[in-house]
Design a binder for this molecule. Sequence first.
Ligand code: NAD
Length: 454
Amino acid sequence: MTLIVSHNPARPAEILTEIPGAGAFGVAGAVERARAASRPWARGGAAGRAAALHAAAARVEQAGEELGALVVREVGKPFAEARGEVARTVAILRYYAQQPYDPVGSVHEPAAGAGLLFTRRAPYGVAGLITPWNFPLAIPVWKAAPALAAGNAVVVKPAPPATACALRLAELLEGVLPDGVFTVVPGGAEEGAALVDSADVVSFTGSTAVGRAVVQVATVRGVPVQAEMGGQNAAIVLPDADVAATAAQLAGAIAGFAGQKCTATKRVFVVGDPAPLRDALVAALEALGTGDPGDPATVCGPLISAAARDAVLSAASGGRVLTGGAAPAGLDGWYAAPTLADALPDDHVLATDEVFGPIAALIPAPDLDTALARADSVAHGLVSSVHTADLDTALRCADRLATGMVKVNAPTTGVDFHLPFGGDKASSHGPREQGKAAMDFYTRTRTVTMVPTA
Ligand code: NAD
């Protein structure tokens, strides 16, 4: 059985959680209880599920300050973003509280003869949700809320560094949701694997390596699976872009929450003369700096672990460091300064892989076609941004870029939860998350043919 320990990344000596993992046996028990609870939950009707999800939203909202503070302490998310995450969690619950009233199928004319043809979507039973640490409330809830709205029970296996947040969420939802309908099982790889082995539908968010293994096991079992994985997101800046506004957006997308978002900008392609944007971006990153995540003014806080910090610092070598590339002095936690590098070889890790920290590569491109081709040359395809005043160019980029999401004159980070979320290539597998797409993922379709007897 794994020991689950989470630390405050800003003060690593402070331990938030130290508990044994649930073990494979504990996961099996949670799934069994969830399966029993899923039947009355599904049969209970739309009004019951809608009311319970509204009550869950109210409970999270009431505990908003406490939850925000816990997110700051456990994963080092800066205060303003942590509060934003709590507000978004509440909004997601309210959005999915409406969904039980939506149609669950459609009625059709038979191709020949009399009768009635209709489709009806039904829940699977138990949704196994495996989540990363970087959105410790929003990701468990954006998976759980649609699964619950559709009539499934859920078992959540949070990432070890975010265990206290997930357990507190489960405590808050006790009494709001029926017993066994929402369960958190603390653990690591062993518990995650046990959940993939036993759930009726699996939703994973995390690294590409683990996601691919999860997809393989679930696929062999024959259960539906979706996996949201890494990103290596590109911004393309055209010569007609507003330099100051673009630099400000890019700095936030590179270094906000220390770049620990799957949607963070990792590569900046500058078409034409790179100097004005380069200088403005260096100034914007330096103005952000790093700070204690509890300070409301902080944008770039600490990294989740010493290893994550070291990966950023080592990725800064091999090219020309324009700013950052070192741990800031005088801070106790796992910090790395916002970093921008250029003059990198094509096979440099910043040009090819996701480095989960406040670091990006600046890459000049002679023309838009070269920028587009290089932007798409990596394995991932989550989100890209295009910065231009020209509508034709923006539309051309939106058509060409091989990413699941394209933002025009907006940062790669930040999503609207009522639209489908996901990427292409190595970034995602299976149907999209969020919005109405999630309701489809957590339900199966029955086609019913009724023929009159006379
Ligand atoms: P991770 O892959 O290390 O862990 C994710 C989850 O999988 C954790 O709960 C972990 O305990 C569990 N796990 C580990 N081994 C497992 C196994 N063998 N079987 C089943 N489960 C297992 O990822 P992380 O470090 O927590 O998160 C960072 C990664 O998540 C980054 O790559 C980031 O890009 C990605 N991410 C993607 C999205 C998205 O929507 N695309 C959103 C947030 C984070």
